[in-house]
Design a protein around this ligand. Structure first.
Ligand code: TYD
Length: 206
């Protein structure tokens, strides 16, 4: 696929503090004169948001969960991501396929090969240009979630060892990403994290 735009994704365990950094990154991209499309997964389209509601709140078989993540992604790519990149917009997305490798393979324990096959089916030629991985110990993330949320979803209700596995899967994926995934130490205050994010954007894209 011809890709004149740029595709930036944000990852991390629940409670890692992505939202503030997504907002700062969008400001940076706009300040550099580019159209920005902000989106999220699961979701981003009318159908995808319906699938998101099911994924976050209905109990289901582990493989149904995994397949629905990629079904929502297929729709998201066709409706939002691919058209935006093709017209030169930058897409800033809260989670993408790295999340499926981390949560459904690392966290749930499904074989990674299944996800490589799905990735090869759904987006064989597209990877994010840059992915921020907001990394922090699950114990700290849990404290942050507890202070900010009224009602936990299916993922947020998982135990500490689930998030340890998700975190390790993310870090493993970062190590084999040839620099695509930038690991940001997110146990620090938001200003320090933001400074790293903006410096990384400058280095990669200016
Ligand atoms: P997120 O939007 O970060 O949660 P919130 O709005 O509650 O901050 O992500 C929703 C949840 O979906 C999150 O717990 C991770 C999970 N998820 C997966 O398990 N696999 C995936 O492929 C994606 C995209 C998300």
């Amino acid at each position: 696929m011809i890709q004149p735009g740029r595709f930036i994704t944000f990852e991390g365990i629940d409670g890692a503090g992505k939202s503030t950094q997504i907002a700062a990154s969008i400001d940076w991209v706009r300040a550099h004169g580019h159209e920005v499309v902000q989106s999220r997964e699961p979701g981003g389209t009318a159908l995808g948001e319906k699938l998101r509601a099911l994924l976050l709140h209905e109990s289901m078989h582990l493989e149904t969960e995994a397949l629905l993540m990629f079904a929502a992604r297929r729709e998201h790519l066709a409706e939002i991501i691919e058209p935006a990149l093709a017209r030169g917009a930058w897409v800033v997305c809260d989670r993408f396929s790295d999340a499926t490798f981390a949560y459904q393979s690392g966290g749930r324990g499904l074989a990674e090969a299944k996800f490589r096959a799905l990735e090869d089916w759904v987006h064989p030629d597209l990877q994010p240009d840059l992915t921020f991985l907001f990394d922090l110990p699950p114990a700290i993330a849990a404290q942050r979630l507890a202070s900010g949320r009224e009602q936990a979803d299916r993922f947020e209700r998982e135990q500490r060892d689930f998030f340890e596995r998700v975190r390790n899967a993310y870090l493993q994926r970062a190590r084999s990403s040839n620099g695509r995934i930038a690991v940001i130490d997110s146990a620090r205050d938001p200003q320090a994290i933001c400074a790293d994010v903006l410096e990384c954007l400058e280095q990669r894209f200016s």
